[in-house]
Structure formats: structure tokens, C-alpha cells
Design a binder for this molecule. Sequence first.
Ligand SMILES: [Cu+2]
Length: 180
Amino acid sequence: MIKSSAFVAACMLSAQLCAAQNPPAPAKQSPAIDCTWLTVDTTAKTATFQLTSGLTQLNGGLNFNGFNDGKLTLTVPTSWTVVLRFTNKDANLPHSAEVVDTTKPMPAGPVDPPAIPRAMTTRLMQGHGAGESDSVRFVATKPGSYLIFCAVPGHGLAGMWIRFKVSPTEKRPTLTTTAS
Ligand SMILES: [Cu+2]
């Protein structure tokens, strides 16, 4: 727990340093992970992830946290609780989020049920409009590789998805970029 707190503190400090050293710049070519996106509570075994649709203009807004086509991976240990704090920052398009299997072809729209019980936002088909939020809470019961995709018809097929892994060996949640 002490290690966990120290990690969060160091992360926040580096984020502040980062912000201080890098004045706001126009859209960067390569998106970067913001360490404030993932919050880890090792006591409650809960990973809270700020999942933001349309964070940047990348892919016409069809991205999560500025990443598309599986280039971002959220990994959590098996049996941890996952909270997705979903917010749509896209001014133009509605979006939603759902955890689906990687083994199937990319779905064209909502999948019923999600690959893990309750691992989906409301309004899967219609999506949430600009500035709207939804909170999703589920337990990562089944180890495996999944996708978090936008279930608004056509968005997943257009690349609006990231990776989600439930790992029986990892000890703590991580957020990493993925080679495409
Ligand atoms: Cu979408």
C-alpha cells in the first residue's frame, strides 16, 4: 500500500513536471499516455480508468484517449474490479463503450451480452453525446484478451477500439501503448 501511494505521488509529480516543462502544443503526431488516466487501489483491488472518447481529433474523433486500432492496452489482474469513467469529449459524434471478445470479427454494432457481465456503458447503440458521462463497474472474472470498442454502428469497424487484458499473472493494473 505504501508502495502504491508512493507510485501515485511520483506519477502525479511527474505529470506536473511534464506539464510545467511542456507548454500546450498543437496536436502531437504520437499520442502519449497520461498517468492520471489509471488509478489503482491495491486494497480494494480496483482499477479506475478514465475512458475518454474523442479525446483528440485522431481518426475523425473515433478514438479512446487519443488511441485507435488497439494501440492502447489496459491490463488488470484477474478478479479485480474495473471502473470505467467514460466521458465523451467528441463535439461531433456520440460514442459508447463495450468489452467484447477479440476472437470474433469486429462487431458492426452492440453485442449482447458483453464479453464480461456489465462491462458496457448505457446507450450502446445511440451513444452518449458531447460532454456526457457514464460510469461502468464490473469484475474482471475471466482471464483473456478483449477489446473495448465503441458500439455505435460502424465506429468499431472504423478503428474505434483499444485492448483490454485480464491477466492471471500480472500483480497490478497497467496502461501501455501497443505496437500496431
Ligand atoms: Cu463511437
